[in-house]
Structure formats: structure tokens, C-alpha cells
Design a protein around this ligand. Structure first.
Ligand code: PRP
Ligand code: URA
Length: 209
């Protein structure tokens, strides 16, 4: 399943337009990435199981529903995935956080692993995997493979911009992984960048170029 936030949502279209604009500076870019990540988190968590409880409002007793935050882990694909973490911990503050360090080889576009650290009990948690950009899908697919090797059973992938090429790759290789994006773009260019896209997400989040 692929869910796109922007479909029929004027405010998301507005926010994405500021994000895409090359004149938008690091501060505003970071804020928007986190803001959209929060909204994606609401969508991705819409159907999760809750525990019933009784609560007392100032007026009366009533039935309540609570999320067991210990059942989740956010896994960020470095570097750019880190730009989404604050937006997610804002709404699920107790989730554990892991990191998978991958960079794309500029010629082959294949992901190269340089770091891996996830919570010890990861196989008992549902994983929300984070990366603002799904381009060829190589980085996301490699991360999903590593997590499945650890025994993780349920993974949701959250990104800001998804290219059709990356969606197709994930749907073929990992049909059980749902994709939540803010928008699906047109295609990839000859350098593997998303068109129209927003450029290099990591560089824009961290101000490295
Ligand atoms: C970018 C992006 C994704 C990846 C997407 O990372 O953040 O991780 O490319 O491309 P793919 O779908 O073709 O794999 P990059 O390799 O530029 O590393 P960075 O986050 O450190 O800048
Ligand atoms: N990674 C990015 O940061 N941007 C793209 O357009 C593709 C991959």
C-alpha cells in the first residue's frame, strides 16, 4: 500500500512548494521536514492496536484507549532520516531510535553501509523507517533487508518525496511494507535525483552545500 499525503490536501501542497524551492534556507527546510514527518506519523499510526482503559474526566468516568509506546522503534536512514526524528518524537516521545548509515555510490547508485545500531529488542517492535527521499529505492530496500534479518516483522516506511521507480522496487521486493509519503513525483533524472524533487535532502537539512 502506498499512501500520499498531498492528494487533495491544499496545505500540504503549499508546504511542499516551500520545501522544493531552492531559495528556502536550512532553518525553514528543517522545520518543514519535521512538520510533514509529524503528519506522516499520524497517518501511519492510524490503524495501530490500542489498549482499552478507564479514565476519569473532570465530568465522569469513561472508556479510554492508550498506545503502548514501547512497541515501536524509529529507524533513521542516515543522514537525511535524522531530519525527521524530532517530528516523530514530538508525538511518540518514548519510541526507541536506531540508525542505519548508508550512502549512495554516486556512479552505481548502490547503497553502501557504514553504520548500524538499532535497539536490542528490535525484533519485538514495529519499525517506522525514516528517510525523506525514496529515489531508486536502493537505500530503503537495503535497510528493510537488514531489519528483516534481525527478525523485525512489521515495517512502515515514511518519506517526504517518493519516485515511482522506488515505489515499484519496494512493492515488488517487500509488498508487506506500507509506504507513507507526502507526494509521489514524476521520475528520476540521469543522476538518480528525483524530478522535480527538492535536491539533496541531506545537504539541505544539514547545510553542507
Ligand atoms: C539520499 C537519501 C536516501 C537516498 C535515496 O541519501 O537521503 O537515503 O539518497 O536514494 P535511493 O532511493 O536511490 O537509495 P544519500 O545517499 O545522499 O546520503 P545522505 O543522506 O548522507 O546525504
Ligand atoms: N537523494 C536525495 O537527497 N535527493 C534525491 O533527489 C535523490 C536521492
Amino acid at each position: 500500500m502506498t499512501y500520499s499525503l498531498e492528494k487533495n490536501n491544499a496545505l500540504i501542497k503549499h508546504k511542499l512548494s516551500i520545501l522544493r524551492n531552492k531559495k528556502t534556507g536550512t532553518k525553514e527546510f528543517r522545520e518543514l521536514i519535521n512538520e510533514i514527518a509529524t503528519l506522516l506519523c499520524y497517518e501511519a499510526m492510524k490503524d495501530v492496536k490500542l489498549e482499552e482503559c478507564t479514565i476519569e474526566t473532570p465530568i465522569c468516568k469513561t472508556k479510554g484507549y492508550l498506545l503502548d509506546e514501547n512497541k515501536y522503534a524509529f529507524i533513521s536512514i542516515l543522514r537525511a532520516g535524522n531530519g525527521m526524528i524530532d517530528g516523530l518524537t514530538k508525538v511518540i516521545p518514548n519510541a526507541k531510535i536506531g540508525h542505519i548509515g548508508l550512502y549512495r555510490n554516486e556512479e552505481t547508485l548502490e547503497p553502501v553501509k557504514y553504520y548500524y545500531k538499532v535497539p536490542k529488542d528490535i525484533k519485538n517492535r514495529e519499525v517506522i523507517l525514516l528517510d525523506p527521499m525514496l529515489a531508486t529505492g536502493g537505500s530503503a530496500a537495503e535497510s528493510i533487508k537488514l531489519l528483516k534479518e534481525e527478525g523485525v516483522k512489521k515495517i512502515k516506511f515514511l518519506c517526504i518525496i517518493a519516485a515511482p521507480e522506488g515505489i515499484t522496487k519496494l512493492q515488488i521486493e517487500y509488498p508487506d511494507v506500507d509506504i507513507y509519503c507526502a507526494v509521489i513525483d514524476e521520475c528520476l533524472n540521469e543522476n538518480g535525483y528525483i524530478v522535480p524533487g527538492l535536491g539533496d535532502a541531506g545537504d539541505r537539512i544539514f547545510g553542507t552545500k
